[in-house]
Design a protein around this ligand. Structure first.
Ligand code: GN1
Ligand code: MG
Length: 338
C-alpha cells in the first residue's frame, strides 16, 4: 500500500484515548502517511510507519522514543516533538501490518528549501545541537535497524544491481544519468576509509526535517525514524545536500550550488557541534556533502530503475528528475571545490 492511498486505521485514535476526534491528511514526507488530529488538548499528528521502508518498525520506534525522552529530560537541548502514550503506556499501536504512533504537534514551518543564509545557519546549528546533546546519551542502547543506511559503497552496489536488473525496462532511456553516476563513483569511497567515530546520528538531516518559528529560529528537529548509531558526517552531508543550493530536490533546472549558503551551513554546524568533532570529521565536511549528495542520486536513480517502489512519486520520471537534480548539485559542489 502506498503512503498516499492509505486511511487512518479505526483502532488508532481510540487506542490513544482520542476516539471521535477529526483527522485530516497532513505533510509532504516521501515515506510515511501523516494525519493532523484535532484533539481536545491541542493538535496532534498521527502517523503510519511505512512497513516496506521500516521492516523493523518497533526498533525504529524504540530508538525514536528513547532519543525523544532523553532530549525532553535535558532542558536546553534541541526540542523534538514528544510521543503520546496510550493509557497503558505504549508509544504505538499495531494494526493492518503497520505501526501507528502519535506525536504532539509543534507549531512551526517545515521548508523543503531555505531561502536565506540565516535560515541555513539556524538549521545547521539545530542539527549540530542535536548531535552535541546526544553525545551524552545514556538511555537504552539504540539499534541499527536499517543496517548500512548511509553506507555509500553499498548504495553504489545496489545501484549497479538495479542497472543490471533493469526491472522496469527504463535503463536505456537514462544511459546518460547512469553513466554520469558511474563516472563519479569515487564519491562513494571518499569517507569509507576514514576513521570516523560512531555517534548517534539523525540520518535524515535534510533541512525539511527542522521546523522554523515565525522569527526564523528553529523550534524543533523532527522525523527521528532513522535516528541510529551512525556518522555525524552523514547528517552534515544531508543537510548540505538539501540546503546549499537553489531549487527543489526534484527540479534539476532550478539547481545551483551557493557557496555562501554552504558556508553558513558549515558555520552553523561547527558552532554547535564543532568542539565535539574529531579532526577528520571537521576536515571532511565538504567531502561528506558530496558523498551524501552522490548517495542520494544513486538512491533516486536506483528507485527509478526499479519501477518507483520506495519513494512516493508524482508520476513517471519523478525519481529520474530527483536524481538529475542531485547530480547537478553535486557538480556545483565539486566545481566550487568544497
Ligand atoms: C526520505 O522520510 P523523508 O521524506 O524525510 C528518506 C531519506 C532521503 C529523503 C530524500 C527512511 O526522507 O533517506 O534522504 O527521503 N528516508 C528514508 O528526500 O529512506
Ligand atoms: Mg522520514
Amino acid at each position: 500500500m502506498d503512503a498516499f492511498d492509505t486511511r487512518l486505521h479505526d483502532d488508532v485514535l481510540p487506542a490513544f484515548g482520542l476516539g471521535g476526534a477529526t483527522a485530516t491528511r497532513h505533510g509532504i514526507g516521501h515515506i510515511n502517511a501523516t494525519w493532523r488530529v484535532a484533539a481536545p488538548g491541542g493538535p496532534v499528528l498521527a502517523q503510519r510507519l511505512n512497513p516496506r521502508v521500516f521492516p523493523d518498525a518497533r526498533a525504529a520506534m524504540r530508538n525514536a522514543v528513547a532519543v525523544a525522552d532523553f532530549l525532553a529530560a535535558h532542558p536546553g537541548a534541541v526540542a523534538v516533538p514528544p510521543f503520546l502514550r496510550t493509557p497503558e503506556g505504549r508509544s504505538w499501536v499495531e494494526a493492518d501490518g503497520a505501526l501507528w504512533r502519535m506525536q504532539r504537534f509543534v507549531a512551526g514551518t517545515a521548508r523543503a528549501k531555505v531561502t536565506t543564509d540565516d535560515e541555513a545557519y539556524a538549521a545547521a546549528r539545530a542539527f549540530g545541537a542535536f548531535q552535541a546533546a546526544l553525545a551524552d546519551y545514556d538511555g537504552p542502547p539504540l539499534a541499527e535497524h536499517l543496517p548500512g543506511f548511509h553506507d555509500t559503497p553499498r548504495r553504489l552496489q545496489a545501484f549497479e544491481a538495479a542497472v543490471q536488473a533493469d526491472r522496469a525496462g527504463r535503463a536505456d532511456a537514462c544511459r546518460d544519468e547512469i553513466g554520469a553516476l558511474l563516472e563519479r563513483r569515487a564519491h562513494a569511497f571518499a569517507l569509507a576509509d576514514e576513521a570516523l567515530p560512531t555517534r548517534i546520528a539523525h540520518n535524515d538531516a535534510k533541512v525539511g526535517n527542522v521546523l522554523f518559528g515565525d522569527d526564523g529560529t528553529v523550534v524543533a528537529v523532527v522525523d527521528l525514524d532513522t535516528t541510529m548509531p551512525g556518522a555525524s558526517l552523514a547528517d552534515f552531508g544531508d543537510l548540505a545536500r538539501s540546503a546549499s543550493g537553489t531549487g527543489d530536490e526534484d527540479d534539476p533546472d532550478a539547481v545551483a550550488f551557493l557557496p555562501a549558503r554552504y558556508a553558513a551551513l558549515s558555520d552553523g554546524y561547527l558552532d554547535a557541534a564543532g568542539p565535539l568533532l574529531t579532526p577528520p570529521e571537521r576536515r571532511l565536511l565538504g567531502a561528506a556533502a558530496q558523498t551524501i549528495t552522490y548517495e542520494q542520486a544513486l538512491r533516486f536513480l536506483a528507485d527509478h530503475l526499479d519501477g518507483d517502489r520506495y519513494y512516493t512519486v508524482d508520476g513517471l520520471g519523478h525519481n529520474l528528475r530527483r536524481a538529475r537534480a542531485q547530480l547537478r548539485l553535486l557538480d556545483g559542489m565539486a566545481a566550487a571545490g568544497i
